[in-house]
Design a protein around this ligand. Structure first.
Ligand SMILES: *Cc1c(COP(=O)(O)O)cnc(C)c1O
Length: 457
């Protein structure tokens, strides 16, 4: 099939996730293959995968060991169910996940996507209290601008206005608390910002503890809400408050897990152990849809009883514990050891930090936020006052289109440019990606600013 036919078909039949199809129709793109950190489209044009195919990819595309793991599993079986039975790779992976996650998380409940892992976490937390005869604790505290996926339960504990507002009538109410967004805090001081937010959380927990099942929070860095890094000590503070007020802590590591932030899991930066943790994205190296919800033995035990006492966790999906996915996840974890991925990410993060310096001199870069290989560059109209560009100028989106033209793919969150390259990216590759970002940001922000100034005159 010719490329133009393929594009025609995509426009005629597809409805893409998180996409205004009117935008797609103007700027269609069809990926054909990938190798290392490079993606190639059906016209033969190459792009750096600057967002790891939406925060998934770890070792690059076409990684030999991962391809082989799938092929050899396929010689045995592709899939059998996990309802009431298990399989080899799912069992072995569970043991390894328990081993690499914080002490105390001993149980693995599989699913197929991050949003499902969050749904399961919410049902687990809710039912944990019920199963013990506590009926009032059925609400969740969430962070403003938190993001946990797109299913209705996950949306109910999400708080990104632009995504979630329209679905509000469908959701259950949760109680939002401010997230410590240092750049936009009046003080601009991390310590003051952190203390204020913890105080607000404590007030909420104190007032509502008898009706609270859990607090949900993204670990260390809010992703889709705008790549916002917590000030040092905040997450540990959240953990301490949850303990003090007898509320469970659900930590969402879907985006931050598997080396992304320079630790295997971001909560290690603050030695935090949640009661429930959700993982996904990087778990299979970006190959197949596996996710999981981890819990402590204490939570698990609240569900363990005679069937007729009705304490079972009634949740499952057709493809839960899929063998191909679990086999490639095992191979992914082998590569973490064999290639010392965490050490390499830590070293290259320092390099990245220095290279990102170049953005400071750009007129419309307000803030650069980085934790490991998770980077957000917030663009503003006025650097001094931090005034954002008007929403309708679509600055972030247009910068990403410019980057695409120059050979790099990423998706902004609002006017924050996301840079999340595969963890395997070499320094030379990181440098070239940064050059593309720099040129695109400079050109587009200057153009947009000039347009706004002309309108004023
Ligand atoms: C991506 C993401 C999710 C949702 O994962 P899906 O696999 O896209 O459903 C949940 N939480 C966080 C923090 C995420 O970044």
């Amino acid at each position: 099939m010719s490329n133009s036919e393929l594009i025609e078909k995509s426009k005629r039949h597809l409805w893409l996730p998180f996409t205004q199809m009117k935008d797609y129709d103007r700027n269609p793109l069809i990926i054909e293959s990938g190798q290392g950190v490079i993606l190639k489209d059906t016209e033969g044009k190459s792009y750096y995968d600057g967002f790891s195919s939406v925060w998934l990819n770890v070792h690059g595309h076409q990684k030999k060991e991962l391809n082989e793991a799938i092929c050899s599993q396929l010689d045995k079986i592709a899939h059998s169910t996990l309802l009431g039975m298990t399989n080899q790779p799912a069992t072995e992976l569970a043991e390894q996940l328990v081993h690499i996650t914080p002490d105390g998380l001993n149980r693995i409940f599989y699913s197929d996507s991050g949003a499902e892992a969050v749904e399961i976490a919410l049902k687990m937390a809710f039912q944990y209290w019920r199963n013990q005869g506590v009926t009032g604790k059925n609400k969740f505290v969430t962070m403003k601008d938190g993001y946990h996926g797109d299913t209705i339960g996950a949306v109910s504990v999400g708080a990104v206005d632009i995504f979630h507002h329209v679905y509000h009538p469908l959701t259950f109410d949760s109680i939002p608390v401010p997230f410590p967004y240092v750049y936009r805090h009046p003080s601009g001081d991390p310590e003051t910002c952190k203390n204020e937010c913890l105080l607000e959380l404590e007030r909420t927990l104190d007032q509502h503890q008898d009706e609270l099942a859990a607090v949900t929070v993204e670990s260390m860095m809010q992703g889709a809400g705008g790549m916002r890094l917590m000030p040092h000590g905040y997450l540990a503070g959240v953990e301490a408050l949850c303990k003090k007020y007898n509320v469970l802590l659900i930590l969402d590591e879907v985006a931050t897990g598997f080396g992304r932030t320079g630790k295997m899991f971001a909560c290690e930066h603050e030695d935090v152990t949640p009661d429930i943790m959700t993982i996904g994205k990087g778990i299979t190296g970006g190959y197949l849809p596996i996710a999981a919800t981890l819990s402590t033995e204490q939570i698990y035990e609240a569900f363990y009883d005679d069937y007729t006492n009705m304490k079972t966790l009634f949740h499952g999906h057709s493809y839960t514990g899929n063998q191909l996915g679990c086999a490639v996840a095992l191979a992914n974890l082998d590569l973490f050891k064999k290639e010392q991925v965490i050490t390499r990410v830590q070293e290259n993060s320092k390099y990245l930090y220095r290279e990102l310096e170049c953005f400071n001199k750009l007129e419309h870069v307000g803030d650069i936020r980085q934790l490991g290989f998770m980077v957000g560059i917030e663009l503003v109209k006025n650097k001094q006052t931090k005034e954002p560009f008007p929403f309708e100028k679509r600055v972030g989106y247009d910068v990403s289109l410019k980057m695409r033209q120059l050979g790099m793919l990423t998706r902004p969150v609002g006017d924050t440019i996301v840079f999340m390259p595969p963890l395997s990216s070499k320094r030379q590759e990181l440098r070239e990606m940064i050059k593309i970002m720099e040129a695109s940001i400079q050109q587009i922000t200057e153009e947009k600013y000039a347009q706004l100034e002309t309108i004023k005159k």
